[in-house]
Design a protein around this ligand. Structure first.
Ligand SMILES: NC(=O)c1ccc[n+]([C@@H]2O[C@H](COP(=O)([O-])OP(=O)(O)OC[C@H]3O[C@@H](n4cnc5c(N)ncnc54)[C@H](O)[C@@H]3O)[C@@H](O)[C@H]2O)c1
Ligand SMILES: [Zn+2]
Length: 358
């Protein structure tokens, strides 16, 4: 088992990463000083495989599990589900020293985290992420929240977990399409911070997709370490944390113009990273060789790399302007300044259009 830590003073926490470590969840919670009732927030898809082992592990360590299952899907990351969670927490009289455990992907993590941040003005919570995306991204860093009819993640809080437990064995039941989507964020870490990770992915992408445990542990640990460092430097995204948005400006716009139904988030980010790399090359920050390596790696992962013909580029740019609150006709982009380095850069919509049409 690998143990990392996110160092944020009194809000610091460990990340445990291993294969088959789910049965250790009770022991690790006890070690973190937690006790009493544990509200296990999950959904039926994930609970079918993993609630029983978690329940058993908690019981063996002297905890009492309170299952709270929310319907599966991004559309349920909303205030109605939050209300369901509050009702259950209040009904079961969970106290300040009780804790909330998120067992699922990013949807469950964001929802359970926000419930924990607000119930009784904050109770401890634990992340047990079960998608690759959640293991390398959403479970670390403390962004919690729900969607509103007016937009995604509009209601939320920065609230760090007490610990993160990542069992790579749970990825065996994850649909392949979800696994591949999660790889987009891993590739992103290579592009923005770590040429060694990038090269390792180039050499071993197939083995990773086949779920080699040791490689998964190493890759997820590297990803979490990068995310943790960025969060330590800028916990509340005053500026630097925005480097994590590499590929997300075009990615978010593509998700929005296709009504959030055609692309998984990571798939849209795959396209977005290729376009951000093209813009970085157009602006002279990156050479053609780096661009080709990024394009090839995203392709090798099985992610899409092109904006489909059916999507109008002007709609896409309009969506970016709304998303990024464009100032004076310019949009702030994270550029790749050579593999492993980034730079913020304001681009005119005409420059973006030129790179997107190329
Ligand atoms: N808080 C953050 O910093 C942050 C960062 C990135 C994304 N997010 C949020 O994360 C969400 C997306 O998360 P996601 O990609 O994990 O999607 P998700 O939570 O919807 O999970 C994807 C699907 O996989 C299923 N699933 C999960 N684990 C499984 C397993 N081990 N076996 C079988 N099926 C499993 C889920 O039930 C779901 O159907 C979005 O709401 C996004 O806004 C948050
Ligand atoms: Zn993302």
């Amino acid at each position: 088992m690998q143990i990392l830590s996110v160092n944020l003073g009194e809000r610091s926490y460990p990340i445990y990463i291993g294969a088959g470590i789910l049965p250790r969840v009770g022991e690790l919670l006890a070690q973190a000083g937690l006790r009493g009732k544990v509200a296990v927030v999950s959904n039926p898809t994930v609970a079918k495989f993993y609630f029983d082992p978690v329940d058993q592990a908690l019981r063996q360590a002297g905890f009492e599990a309170l299952p709270i299952f929310i319907r599966d899907g991004e559309e349920h990351k909303n205030l109605t589900s939050l209300q369901t969670i509050y009702d259950r927490l209040i009904g079961a009289r969970l106290e300040r020293k009780s804790c909330v455990l998120a067992l699922g992907g990013g949807v469950i993590g964001d929802l359970a985290g926000f419930a924990a941040a607000t119930y009784l003005r904050g109770v401890p919570y634990v992340q047990v992420p079960t998608t690759l995306l959640a293991q390398v991204d959403s479970s670390v860093g403390g962004k919690t929240g729900v969607n509103h009819a007016g937009g995604k993640n509009l209601i939320g809080a920065f609230y760090q977990p007490k610990l993160v437990l990542i069992d790579v064995a749970v990825l065996k039941t994850l649909p392949r399409r979800e696994l591949i989507a999660g790889l987009a964020e891993v590739i992103k870490y290579g592009v923005i911070e770590d040429p060694t990770l990038f090269a390792r992915l180039e050499a071993q992408m197939d083995k990773l997709i086949e779920l080699d445990n040791d490689l998964l542990i190493e890759t997820i640990a590297t990803s979490c370490a990068i995310k943790g460092k960025v969060v330590e430097a800028d916990e509340r995204e005053e500026d630097y944390r925005a480097v994590l948005n590499f590929g997300h400006t075009v990615g978010h716009a593509l998700e929005a113009v296709t009504g959030y139904t055609e692309y998984l988030h990571g798939e849209a980010v795959g396209v977005g990273m290729v376009k951000a790399a093209a813009l970085s090359r157009q602006q002279g920050f990156m050479d053609g060789n780096d661009f080709d390596r990024i394009l090839q790696l995203i392709r090798k992962a099985g992610l899409p790399t092109e904006i489909p013909e059916s999507v109008s580029l002007s709609d896409l740019i309009q969506a970016m302007e709304v998303d990024k609150k464009a100032a004076g006709g310019k949009i702030k982009f994270v550029m790749c300044n050579g593999l492993g380095k980034t730079k913020f850069h304001w681009l005119a919509t005409s420059e973006i259009l030129a790179a997107l049409s190329a």
